[in-house]
Design a protein around this ligand. Structure first.
Ligand SMILES: Cc1ncc(COP(=O)(O)O)c(C=O)c1O
Length: 395
């Protein structure tokens, strides 16, 4: 029943936008010129809709890394990593990631989605309970369902409710708390300092998805767990190469027995092709860039974010609870969100429209993807247009 009514709403929204030719989704990107893209409908749009937070996807070092990978190994590997798909490049990526957190070992997956499916279904089974924040990423819910464990959610960042669930499920074999480090639609952090205290008190395990924080948040860019100084208390971290690292792929940083289990047993590692050599080559180059230029890139991103957040807040635009480089501009109404995204494109700026079902109905927003590559003038142009849009569309 619930699914049927959801479907009806989806059809109503998306069909209407397609019929009226106002859907901003699936733009065909014809050209990428660094900070601007040309789509099938608009020329030279300033790109403020990506998760390429450190601007690395366009970096010459990553392009060269990808080419090196292809030249050395071709466009594909011979098989799954377990058998004959684990090249020296894949091996080095895992070694570099492992070196970042001595308490954990890294395993490279084809995507962050595949990493979450594998990790959660390996960590939990029917004797366990998984406690999910209600706004966790969809791949966490998919992995949790796949595990067969009992699943309970707590309202976003509500630690009192999490504690009462931990108390209620004291009899379960394992209690596993799963959160996003940084919530990508809202821009706020999971309170991992408190979560670590609760996990210690109630003998629970912690899994953190650092997809949007890895490379950026924390003294060494390892994510929100590092930011709160609790990295060693976390049982496993999931990351993706598809955001700050400017490449494609996912990884898990897990404690030893879990790492071995994943390596030999997780279907999305053992029975699915790993990254192609070019992709792994770009990832390796990205990790080198982060090791040398990470602090400088993070600082440039922080300066751009401070400029944009400061000016938008001063103009009275609702930026939700963000405390990060993710800039959500709350518009609420779904259709208005789409209209504003289109208007911005007509005026030369691309932002990402987030509407139901990706965020709850009535909380439509633009997700502005600021990067360290944006110039001050580009950030100022974005602010100017968003303020004009707010006045025109009254949000
Ligand atoms: C929080 C979170 N986890 C996991 C993923 C999946 O990552 P990937 O794109 O590498 O599959 C995403 C992607 O959007 C994400 O936002």
């Amino acid at each position: 029943m619930a699914i049927q009514s959801k479907r009806a709403t989806l059809d109503e929204l998306y069909e209407e936008w397609e019929r009226e030719e106002i859907s901003p989704f699936f733009p065909v990107i014809e050209e990428n010129n660094g900070n601007s893209v040309t789509t099938d409908r608009h020329q030279n749009l300033l790109m403020f809709g990506s998760c390429d937070y450190l601007g690395l996807s366009q970096d010459p070092a990553l392009k060269a890394g990808a080419i090196r990978g292809i030249e050395r190994y071709g466009t594909n590997t011979y098989g799954a990593q377990l058998l004959c798909g684990h090249t020296r490049i894949h091996h080095e990526v895992e070694e570099r990631l492992t070196a970042l957190s001595p308490a954990h070992s890294a395993i490279l997956f084809p995507s962050g989605m595949a990493a979450n499916l594998a990790l959660i279904s390996a960590m939990a089974s029917s004797e366990d309970v998984i406690l999910n924040d209600r706004t966790d990423h969809v791949s966490i819910f998919m992995g949790s369902t796949l595990s067969g464990a009992e699943m309970r959610t707590f309202p976003h960042n509500n630690m009192a409710k999490l504690e009462s669930l931990l108390r209620q499920y004291g009899e379960k074999r394992r209690r596993i708390i799963i959160v996003d480090g940084l919530y990508s639609a809202d821009g706020d952090f999971a309170p991992l300092d408190r979560i670590a205290e609760l996990a210690a008190e109630y003998d629970a395990r912690i899994l953190v998805d650092e997809a949007h924080s890895f490379g950026i948040v924390g003294p060494n860019g390892l994510g929100v767990a590092e930011h709160f100084g609790v990295l060693d208390q976390v049982d496993a971290i999931v990351g993706t190469m598809s955001k700050a690292l400017g490449s494609v792929g996912g990884f898990v940083l897990a404690r030893k027995p879990l790492e071995r289990e994943l390596r030999y047993m997780a279907p999305s590692y053992t029975s699915s092709r790993g990254s192609a050599p070019g992709v792994a080559g770009a990832t390796l180059a990205s990790l080198s860039e982060l090791a040398t230029r990470g602090p400088e890139l993070r600082q440039r991103l922080a300066d751009n974010v401070a400029l944009i957040l400061g000016r938008l807040r001063k103009a009275g635009i609702d930026l939700m609870k963000t405390r990060s480089h993710i800039v959500p501009v709350l518009i609420r109404d779904e259709r208005k969100t789409v209209e504003v995204a289109n208007w911005l494109m007509e005026h030369g700026v691309f932002t990402a429209a987030f509407v139901y079902p990706h965020v709850p109905m009535g909380t439509g927003r633009l997700r502005v993807g600021v990067t360290s590559r944006h110039t001050t003038e580009e950030c100022e142009r974005l602010v100017e247009l968003l303020v004009e849009a707010r006045d025109k569309f009254s949000f």
